[in-house]
Design a protein around this ligand. Structure first.
Ligand code: ADP
Ligand code: ASP
Ligand code: MG
Length: 408
């Protein structure tokens, strides 16, 4: 049986007219005698609306009930879409996460897929031409509904494609591919026709939300060919694939940004063995992922420790620090929730020097102050005031010659 997985994001299922466009995309595959698994997101804006309701109802919404609540967004879109397909004579049915037997671990709000009952899906595919599966959700071993983190429908789709050994996983969205940077903030961004899993992984982990990180990890692990393309045009998009001979190793291939950042500084902590462990162990125990860390040189046995966390984790981080403040000798904790991280990515950076200097000079010329820097072999990340994000992205995009010459 030939199978293709197609995933459509929130803007692609925003209303009836959009859903009709989705159906046209489905028909092109069905006409070739191929069976389809269509993974849908909630209608655009719906997940945010539901999260807003949770915050109205509770100061500290229960994570399991929050998952049960936000998962309804996808329930609505799959039911409506399956209805539309059936009205058009297509043999279809909807499946929620637990009906598709998408088993996840037990972490509410950021669950990981552990397995999918592919035999059950194959049985359904014998009787139907299209299975409309709710993205972003699964079910844990205790029968609780779980969600996979923002953008999680991408991961549902790629995991489904891997489990079913589908020919292709097409990710339909509101842009027609993966660009050198977010085309919505940089009109001169260029579409990348083919990109390696590793480069896409780096872009996604630096904030390029066109694909959720976990979806790229799945795609790489199971060698799922992924095609990112637009619901609203027939243009070919971007193929995410394994490294092929002749693929360019550009010094800088893309610029990504992440506004979901907050910076915390612990002033004048003791500079002695164990202090960093005492700070970061309880933060990690609370499942908070610390990103950049900078420790200043010691002054009379004291130092400052600065680090970043996702913005949504700032409050719990501050609560933990309040608890351990005396133990680590920190008289003051300061924080800033209006920072963002801009990253310069390129596999070819390994063999070139001077990328950092070029980046810093171009930011200086725009009067942008750098708050923190971190580097790896193939990327440089710079923390800056959130209000400079777009300017910094466009400036760096131009500095590294990524601009499309014909765009204005
Ligand atoms: P969907 O709802 O379809 O999942 P998302 O909003 O999650 O769509 O992802 C698509 C968005 O990703 C685009 O509208 C674009 O603003 C953003 N984006 C960020 N970086 C990139 C990039 N490098 N290439 C393409 N899109 C990007
Ligand atoms: N609806 C979820 C979100 O808004 C999942 C997704 O769209 O991928 O994050
Ligand atoms: Mg998305």
């Amino acid at each position: 049986m030939r199978i293709v997985v197609q995933k459509f994001g929130g803007t692609s299922v925003a209303n009836l007219e959009c859903m009709r466009k989705v159906m046209e995309k489905n028909k092109k595959i069905l006409d070739q005698g191929i069976k389809l698994v269509v993974v849908l997101s909630a209608m655009s804006g719906e997940t945010n609306r539901l999260l807003g309701l949770a915050r109205q109802w509770s100061k500290n919404p229960d994570p399991w009930e929050t998952d049960a609540l936000v998962a309804t967004g996808e329930q609505v879109s799959v039911a409506l879409f399956a209805m539309l397909l059936k009205d058009n004579g297509i043999r279809a049915r909807s499946l929620l996460g637990h009906q598709a037997e998408i088993l996840t671990d037990c972490s509410a709000g950021r669950a990981r897929i552990l397995g999918i009952n592919s035999e059950r899906i194959m049985e359904y595919l014998e009787k139907h031409d299209v299975l409309v599966v709710a993205g972003f959700q699964g079910c844990d071993i205790r029968q609780r509904i779980t969600t996979l983190g923002r953008g999680g429908s991408d991961t549902s789709a790629v995991a489904m494609a891997a489990a079913l050994k589908a020919e292709m996983c097409e990710i339909f969205t509101d842009v027609d591919g993966v660009y050198t940077t977010d085309p919505n903030i940089c009109p001169k961004a260029r579409k990348i026709p083919r990109i390696t899993y590793d480069e896409m992984l780096e872009m996604a982990s630096m904030g390029a939300k066109v694909l959720q990180i976990r979806s790229v990890q799945f795609a790489k692990k199971y060698q799922v060919p992924v095609h990112v393309r637009s619901t609203f045009s027939d243009e070919p998009g971007t193929i995410v694939t394994k490294e092929e001979e002749g693929m360019e190793e550009a010094m800088v291939s893309s610029i990504a940004y992440d506004k979901d950042q907050a910076r915390v500084t612990l002033m004048d902590v003791y500079d002695e063995p164990g202090v960093a462990a005492n700070i970061f162990a309880p933060i990690s125990d609370a499942d908070i992922v610390v990103d950049m860390i900078v420790q200043n040189p010691s002054r009379e046995g004291r130092t400052d420790m600065t680090f970043t966390v996702p913005r949504g984790d700032l409050d719990p981080t501050l609560k933990i620090l309040e608890r351990i403040k005396t133990e680590i000798g920190a008289p003051a904790v300061v924080h800033d929730a209006h920072v963002s991280k801009v990253s310069i990515i390129g596999v070819g950076m390994r063999n070139h020097s001077g990328v950092a200097a070029m980046a810093f000079t171009s930011l200086k010329n725009e009067g942008i102050n750098i708050l923190m820097i971190s580097t790896s072999e193939i990327k440089i990340s710079i923390l800056l005031d959130e209000k400079y994000t777009e300017l910094a992205v466009r400036t760096l995009h131009e500095t590294f010659g990524l601009d499309r010459s014909d765009a204005t």
